[in-house]
Design a protein around this ligand. Structure first.
Ligand SMILES: [Zn+2]
Ligand SMILES: [Zn+2]
Length: 370
């Protein structure tokens, strides 16, 4: 390899340009990753549009990177349990591993965290913090998960979305054998939650989406959903009434609310949950207040849980699920792009490219253009 590394840099909202950075020198505690693929999610789209994160220095996107260990220090190899040539998936957060939050398992809330993969700016040495580059820097406290090298890269790159599905449905929603599960929102993570719920032995799985999500609802059905409901347009389904009908008036054991910005689905989530049911909230509403009938929570003895991202257990279980090859997850992958096409990749996932029905999109830096 040469001494310079090519990277896609988001310099402003709606503006990504190619730049080159010096290859970092690896010491005993850090490493260098040859990036194979990056999954793209809604937060890449919102950050590109300038709706998320506020003003920020130029940065290399790519917070769902997958790659091969190119170079690694002795102490880092021992600590992470990996060798050059191993394939790893990364978490966004680079925690300090020393504060009270880190020491008690809540490393996602680490109060000392200074860096994030796909987040930290290029003005912070050694610049290569994000996955949209040929090589990426592995910081001494980066969180790595080993993955099966024989999986196609675009399938392995599903780990982040699958991690969310597993954490929200199984760990926070505690989906068990025979449970009725309602998933509000049919994005990548909604579909991943369907797969996770199915793997956990759910009985009936219901998922909602918009008419523009028809291809995602079809995919959800193929991967395990029993009922798909379209909630907009002339034929919009009444979600609560339909769930009551399907469950014989009981309601759903577990409801996952994953829709962005909309307030109505939060009420639907509470109304569709059965007595003693669990409701997991993961759809951010842009920080606005939304009306809530708290009596429902009391009278139905509901458990409400807030979901913040994915944790190491979610990642590990999702990776095991992907590696089991039990579900044809490759069907979720719709688009592959090269490093020179990051903007096009983000626009494709964001639904801004006419005629393209995207579900899972990934950027593979070893390819310039596809
Ligand atoms: Zn993401
Ligand atoms: Zn910490």
């Amino acid at each position: 390899m040469t001494d310079m590394v090519r990277a896609a840099v988001q310099v402003a909202p709606g503006k990504i340009e190619m730049r080159e950075y010096p290859r970092p020198t690896v010491g005993p505690d850090d490493g260098l990753l040859r990036v194979e693929a990056n999954g793209i999610c809604g937060s890449d789209v919102e950050t590109y549009r300038g709706h998320l994160g506020g003003p920020r220095p130029a940065f290399i996107p790519g917070h769902e990177p997958l790659g091969i260990i190119e170079e690694i220090g002795d102490r880092a190899a021992e600590r992470w349990g990996v060798q050059p040539g191993d394939r790893v998936a990364l978490e966004v957060i680079v925690p300090c591993r020393s504060c009270q939050d880190c020491l008690t398992g809540r490393y996602q809330f680490c109060r000392n965290r200074k860096y994030g993969h796909g987040v930290t700016g290029v003005d912070t040495e050694p610049a290569l913090w994000g996955g949209m580059a040929e090589y990426m820097y592995l910081s001494p406290t980066s969180v790595l998960h080993k993955m099966d090298k024989t999986l196609p890269a675009e399938v392995a790159a599903l780990y982040n979305g699958m991690g969310a599905g597993v954490r929200w449905a199984c760990h926070l929603g505690e989906v068990g054998l025979g449970d009725t599960v309602l998933v509000l929102g049919a994005g990548q993570r909604g579909i991943a939650a369907v797969v996770a719920a199915r793997a956990a032995g759910a009985g009936t799985i219901i998922i909602t989406g918009l008419s523009a999500d028809a291809h995602k609802l079809a995919m959800a059905r193929e991967l395990g959903a029993d009922h798909t409901l379209v909630v907009d347009g002339d034929e919009a389904a009444d979600v609560v009434a339909t769930v009551e009908e399907i469950t014989g008036g009981q309601g759903a054991d577990v409801v996952l609310e994953l829709t962005p910005l909309a307030a109505g689905p939060v009420s639907d989530a509470l109304l569709a949950a059965k007595r003693g049911g669990r409701v997991v909230l993961a759809g951010l509403k842009g920080n606005r207040e939304i009306p809530l009938r708290t009596d429902l929570i009391i009278n139905r003895a509901l458990t409400i849980r807030g979901a913040f991202g994915v944790d190491a257990k979610g990642m590990a279980d999702a990776i095991a699920l992907i590696e089991s090859r039990r579900f044809p997850l490759e069907k979720m992958h719709t688009h592959t792009f090269g490093l020179d096409e990051v903007e096009l990749a983000i626009q494709t996932l964001g639904g801004d490219v006419p005629g393209e029905a995207a579900i899972h999109v990934s950027v593979h830096p070893s390819l310039a253009e596809v």
